[in-house]
Write a protein that binds this ligand. Structure first.
Ligand code: DNO
Length: 389
């Protein structure tokens, strides 16, 4: 047993992030979570670029604790003909990172879209703004903008009806704005259009859930060697939101999914990024119970909260304010942390746009002050639980 404190992380988008490293220090975080966003997806991250980023972080007295993310190219997710070249590149990137001492890596296996919301500025009672997901708006995008075949029957009747009605009230500008928000979660360096999205949807139709699971296991078995040799922990991020959307399959949405992944590939390197916000958006998900089930494989955590309504629409709530029992989650994490040699890194995930940040532009969910509040609350919660003053 040790007296580890959880490692307090902060996502930083690199030198172009409007939130500076000095801001991060003032927010009280110790460890940086970042990625080389300038490297095209699928390409090898050069050793030099990794070193340069690491030095930048260390010069400020911080450490680069987690990579979020090394993106998994669509060629791997769909196991395309040229998959082996992309796997080779991925292994090389992991090896380069490990040689620089960075050994915890986050990734996701969501087809095409990395995260999906329908509104970025839902106004809270206190005037702050939150990200929001609304099934009716997604149905409008799906049926009337994307015009996906079979879209209609993928939604419950009441949502179908509401979508048809609301659509009548939306002009071209409103539809365009909705479309922009939905497509924002596509992590591509080139803007992707509706036709590309439709093409991808067709490809995944033939792959299905089982096929996607197989492709994930293929990916894991192909990187296992370098991970084991260099002590790398891979952490898969859950689906956000944890439902199949736009006809795309999902494989990291439920407790069963998480258990499948760690039970099929049992080697220690194969871990989970436990994102309480993503999982918490699932109506059937009991988040503390899920954490109990997989905690031994949690190598990274995103702590954030959501408030759902009975249709399953949700907004991002205060870190200690939504449907996820954050006290239970942090308690389980703290207990697990005592069994570890290395502390488990977490970061306050997202935050409301509030105070001075309401007048600034930042990456959606990643303004400074809302996350600062989240981090402060989570640190206090941890201290209150452990009593380890
Ligand atoms: C959004 C994030 C995701 C996450 C990736 C991990 O705020 O949680 O973009 O970084 O899905 O690969």
């Amino acid at each position: 047993m040790s007296n580890n404190k959880l490692l307090q992380g902060w996502r930083w988008y690199g030198p172009n992030d409007p939130v500076s490293l000095q801001d991060v220090k003032q927010a009280g975080a110790a460890a940086i979570v970042t990625a080389l966003h300038h490297i095209p997806h699928g390409a090898v991250w050069p050793l030099e670029d990794i070193k340069e980023r690491k030095e930048l972080i260390e010069k400020e007295g911080l450490t680069w604790a987690v990579v979020e993310s090394v993106p998994v190219h669509e060629a791997i997710k769909t196991k395309r003909g040229d998959v082996d070249q992309y796997l080779e590149n991925y292994r090389q990137t992991l090896s380069n990172l490990a040689d620089c001492g960075i050994k915890t890596v986050c990734y996701n296996f969501m087809p095409v879209l990395d995260w999906t919301r329908t509104q970025l500025d839902l106004v809270m009672k206190d005037g702050s703004k939150a990200l929001y997901f609304d099934w009716t708006d997604l149905a409008i995008f799906d049926r009337y903008v994307l015009q996906r075949e079979g879209a209609k029957q993928d939604y419950p009747k009441n949502i179908q009806e509401k979508a048809a009605k609301r659509f009548q009230t939306m002009d071209a500008e409103k539809l365009e704005a909705l479309s922009e928000v939905v497509l924002m979660g596509i992590p591509s360096e080139d803007p992707i259009g509706l036709e590309d999205l439709q093409d991808s949807i067709d490809i995944y139709k033939t792959i299905g859930k089982e096929g996607l699971r197989e492709n994930l296991l293929y990916f894991l078995s192909n990187i296992a060697g370098v991970c084991e040799e260099k002590g790398i922990h891979m952490t898969i991020h859950p689906d956000d939101p944890p439902y199949p959307i736009l006809g795309l399959p999902r494989i990291v949405s439920s407790k069963e999914d998480l258990l499948f992944i760690i039970n099929q590939e049992t080697r220690e390197f194969n871990g989970i990024c436990f994102c309480t916000g993503s999982l918490g958006a699932g109506i059937a998900n009991d988040v503390p119970d899920m954490l109990q089930g997989v905690k031994h494989r949690v190598h990274f955590a995103h702590l954030r909260n959501v408030k759902k309504d009975k249709e399953g629409n949700f907004y991002e709530a205060d870190h200690l304010g939504g449907d996820v029992n954050m006290y239970e989650v942090v308690k389980i994490l703290c207990e697990e942390n005592q069994r570890r040699r290395e502390p488990i890194p977490f970061r306050p995930d997202h935050g409301h746009q509030m105070l001075d940040d309401l007048n600034k532009v930042s990456n959606p969910g990643y303004s400074a002050i809302g996350r600062l509040r989240g981090l402060a609350e989570l640190r206090g919660l941890e201290l209150g639980i452990t009593g380890d003053y």
